[in-house]
Design a protein around this ligand. Structure first.
Ligand code: NDP
Length: 475
C-alpha cells in the first residue's frame, strides 16, 4: 500500500486541508494499491499562491539556467525509471514492455528534448524597429488524465518550466501516484520552491478551482471533450489562455493500392494500444468496398492475437481497462454497436476466458459500420475497432473527415505521392503515412472538437509564451 498523505506545495510536502482520500485501484487485480489526498479549494489556492510568488524569480532565469534545471529533473526521473514503470503498470494496467517504453521512456525523452531546445530557441527577434520578445505566459494550471499519465504531465510541465512559467499540476484521480513520484524527483532536484506544485483532487473541485482562479494565467488541459468544454467556459470569465487536448475518433484510411495486410495489421495495433485508451487511436478503419471481406478477415485474425492478460506477463499485449467505470462504459458501447446493427466480427461483452477478476475486455471488431452509428462517431476508449467501407478516393476522404473530431489519421497507399496528397486533405492535427514512426518533437494536437493548441517540440514551448513587441527609436 502506497499511502501519500501530503501535497507538494511551495517546495515541501504539506498536509492537505481536509482528510478525504482517493483510493487507487490496480485494474488487473481490483485491489487497492494506494491512497492520495482528495484536495480541496484551499489546497488549490495555496498552490496557486506559491506558483504566483515564485513566478517573478523563475521567469527571470536565463534559458541556459532553466535548461540546467530540466537536466537535473531528468537525472532524478531517470534514477526512478524502474520504480515509475512498476507504479504505472499497477495504476494503469498497461503491459510491462509498453509501459517501460511509452509511459516512462517518452516522458524522459521529452524532458531531455526540452532541456536541449530551450538552449537554442529564439526567445527574441527583430521586426523593423521592434524587438519582439517571447516571455513566460505566467502561472500555468496543468490538468491531466489517466491514459498516458506521466507523458501528459511532462508534455505540459517540461515546456512550461522551459518557458519560465510556474505550474500547479492536478493529475487524474484514477492514476495519481506517478505524479507523486515525479514530485519526489523534482524535490530531489532542488527546484526552487513554488515553481512546481502538485495538488491531487477531483476535477469538479480542484480542476474547476484552477480553471477559474484569477491568479492562473493559462490552463493546459488534456482529457475528455466534456471536461475540456467546462474548463474553457470557466477560463473565459477571466480571458485566460487555454490549450485543450481532447478526444478523437481517428480514421485509418486504407487506399486501394495499399499493402492490405500491412495496413490492416498496423491499424489494429494502433487501435488497441493501451487497450484502446489512446486519444489518437485509429478506431475507424476505412477500406475500399471491394476489399472489405479480405480486410475484415485480416483484422479479425490480427485482433484475435491480442489475448487479454496480466500486464505483468511479458507476453501480454492487451491489459485491462483502467477502471470499473471505463469497463462499463466500453461494454455499453459494444452493446450499442450490436443494437444499432453493426456486425460483431470478434469479441463482445463476454468476460475473456479466465479473467473474472480485473477490468478486461476482449479485443472487439465491428464490420459494416455505418457513418451515423454511435460506434462510428463517439470515442469509446476501449479495444474496439470499427470497419467502414467507401467506393472512391473522394468518398474515402469525405468519410475520414466525417467526424466531430480531428486529432489524428492514418493513410496507407503504395504510392507515397498519392498518400501525401490525401494526407493534406485530412482535417486532423497528425497524419501518419504507411504507419510512419511517432515523432516526439512533432506538434501534437487537434482540429475541431479534438481541441486547440499544440504540445511537444517547439510548438509545445510556444504555447507557454507571451509575445511582447518593444519599439525602439530608429537612430
Ligand atoms: P476527464 O476529462 O473527466 O478527466 C481528465 C482530467 O480532467 C482529470 O484530471 C479530471 O479530474 C479533470 N476534470 C474532470 N472534470 C473537470 C472539470 N469539470 N473541470 C476541470 N477538470 C476536470 O476524463 P474521464 O476520466 O472522465 O474519461 C472519460 C472519457 O474521456 C474517456 O472515456 C475518453 O473518451 C475521454 N478521455 C480522453 C482523453 C484524451 O487523452 N483525449 C484522456 C482521458 C479521457 P478527475 O481527477 O476528477 O478525473
Amino acid at each position: 500500500m502506497l499511502k501519500r498523505d501530503k501535497l507538494y506545495i511551495n517546495g515541501h510536502w504539506a498536509a492537505p486541508s481536509g482528510n478525504e482520500v482517493f483510493e487507487v485501484i490496480n485494474p488487473a487485480t481490483e485491489e487497492i494499491i494506494g491512497t492520495v489526498p482528495a484536495g480541496g479549494h484551499g489546497d488549490a489556492d495555496a498552490a496557486v499562491r506559491a506558483a504566483r510568488n515564485a513566478f517573478d524569480a523563475w521567469s527571470a532565469t536565463t534559458p541556459a539556467e532553466r535548461a540546467e534545471w530540466l537536466e537535473k529533473i531528468y537525472a532524478q526521473m531517470q534514477s526512478r525509471a524502474d520504480e515509475m514503470t512498476e507504479l504505472i503498470i499497477d495504476e494503469l494496467g498497461m503491459p510491462f514492455k509498453l509501459t517501460k517504453m511509452i509511459q516512462v521512456g517518452l516522458p524522459l525523452a521529452t524532458m531531455e528534448s526540452y532541456a536541449k531546445l530551450v538552449r537554442t530557441f529564439p526567445f527574441e527577434e527583430r521586426v523593423g524597429n521592434s524587438l519582439v520578445v517571447k516571455e513566460a505566459a505566467g502561472v500555468v494550471a496543468a490538468i491531466t488524465p489517466w491514459n498516458y499519465p506521466l507523458h501528459q504531465i511532462i508534455a505540459k510541465v517540461a515546456p512550461a518550466l522551459a518557458a519560465g512559467c510556474t505550474v500547479v499540476l492536478k493529475p487524474s484521480e484514477v492514476t495519481p501516484l506517478n505524479a507523486f513520484l515525479l514530485a519526489d524527483a523534482i524535490d530531489a532536484a532542488g527546484l526552487p520552491a513554488g515553481v512546481l506544485n502538485l495538488v491531487s483532487g477531483s476535477g469538479s473541485l480542484v480542476g474547476e478551482r484552477l480553471a477559474s482562479h484569477p491568479e492562473v494565467d493559462l490552463i493546459s488541459f488534456t482529457g475528455s471533450t466534456r471536461a475540456g468544454k467546462r474548463v474553457a467556459e470557466l477560463a473565459s470569465a477571466g480571458i485566460k489562455r487555454v490549450a485543450l487536448e481532447l478526444g478523437g475518433k481517428s480514421p485509418s484510411l486504407i487506399l486501394d493500392d495499399a499493402d492490405l495486410a500491412e495496413a490492416v495489421k498496423g491499424t489494429v495495433k494502433a487501435c488497441y494500444l493501451n487497450s484502446g485508451q489512446t486519444c489518437n487511436a485509429w478506431t475507424r478503419m476505412l477500406v475500399p468496398e471491394k476489399r472489405y471481406e479480405e480486410a475484415a478477415k485480416i483484422a479479425v485474425e490480427t485482433a484475435a492475437r491480442f489475448t487479454p492478460g496480466d500486464p505483468r506477463n511479458e507476453k501480454t499485449r492487451l491489459g485491462p481497462l483502467v477502471s470499473k467505470r471505463q469497463h462499463e462504459r466500453v461494454l455499453e458501447y459494444i452493446r450499442i454497436g450490436v443494437k444499432e446493427g453493426a456486425e460483431l466480427l470478434l469479441g463482445g461483452v463476454d468476460v475473456p476466458a479466465g479473467l473474472e477478476r480485473g477490468y478486461y475486455v476482449s479485443p472487439t471488431v465491428f464490420g459494416k459500420v455505418k457513418p451515423d452509428m454511435t460506434i462510428a462517431r463517439e470515442e469509446i476508449f476501449g479495444p474496439v475497432l470499427s470497419i467502414q467501407t467507401y467506393r472512391s478516393e473522394e468518398e474515402g476522404v469525405a468519410l475520414a473527415n466525417d467526424t466531430p473530431y480531428g486529432l489524428a489519421a492514418g493513410v496507407w497507399s503504395g504510392d507515397e505521392e498519392r498518400a501525401l496528397a490525401v494526407a493534406r486533405r485530412l482535417r486532423a492535427g497528425q497524419v501518419d503515412i504507411n504507419g510512419a514512426e511517432y515523432n516526439n518533437d512533432a506538434p501534437f494536437g487537434g482540429y475541431r472538437q479534438s481541441g486547440y493548441g499544440r504540445e511537444m517540440g517547439r510548438y509545445g514551448l510556444e504555447e507557454f509564451l507571451e509575445i511582447k513587441a518593444i519599439q525602439q527609436p530608429q537612430g
